[in-house]
Write a protein of this length. Structure first.
Length: 217
């Protein structure tokens, strides 16, 4: 795949595989973040969910369309992950998959549309906005960076790299925020000074997307 051509089914599978590895590797860190302002199970839940996704995809045809891959991943996350992470990521991936439909190759515009659909699903389900100290604080700037880079003529790999960087910055920017949604919101001002675990795992997943796209370049 050329860097400015498209994203194929194998790239999506590689993304989800890389995401599984990333959340597993950083599970203790995610749990540590969540222990400070949440239930302390974010790393465990994300690792369990993406491991289940890996198993589900292993039994599927390698020629499955990208949209179908994402829908299957989303359904798997909903059925295996407790807390908010399963429904949120499950809804996000299913929305992205439905947005892609049955196309076999995904260009930059289609990828941006799919990620916007994923973000919209998260916002709709979680009723969160930027600044609420949630995964939206990573996803929203990532999507904006992706579209900005694509509009400037960047390749998909370059644009996704910028998106992942924006997500990482967005996650770091949650530290001084006071949580307004989720379990962390119950802490009020005590939530200030802690990085949001959901935004952190979202950044890991977007960096995994870049690894997959760059690996196919």
């Amino acid at each position: 795949m050329s860097t400015d051509a498209d994203v194929r089914d194998q790239t999506v599978i590689a993304w989800l595989t890389a995401a599984e590895a990333a959340v597993s590797e950083r599970a203790d860190y995610l749990t540590q973040l969540d222990a400070a302002i949440g239930d302390g199970d974010h790393g465990i839940n994300m690792t369990r969910g993406f491991a289940a996704v890996g198993k589900a995809l292993a039994g599927q045809s390698p020629d499955m369309e990208p949209g179908r891959v994402l829908i299957l991943a989303g359904k798997t996350l909903v059925s295996t992950v407790g807390g908010a992470s399963g429904p949120l990521w499950g809804s996000a991936l299913r929305a992205a998959g439905r947005n892609l439909g049955d196309i076999e190759r995904v260009d930059g515009e289609a990828l941006a549309d799919a990620l916007d659909a994923a973000l919209a699903a998260v916002v709709d389900l979680g009723a969160a906005a930027p600044g609420d100290k949630t995964m939206v604080d990573a996803l929203s700037p990532a999507n904006a960076a992706l579209r900005e880079q694509l509009a400037s003529g960047a390749s998909i790999a370059e644009a996704v790299d910028a998106a992942a960087g924006a997500a990482e910055q967005g996650a770091a920017a949650t530290v001084p925020m006071q949580a307004r949604k989720g379990r962390a919101s119950y802490l009020g001002e005590r939530s200030i000074g802690h990085q949001d675990p959901g935004a952190t795992s979202a950044a890991l997943i977007l960096r995994a997307l870049h690894s997959a796209v760059a690996g196919e370049a």
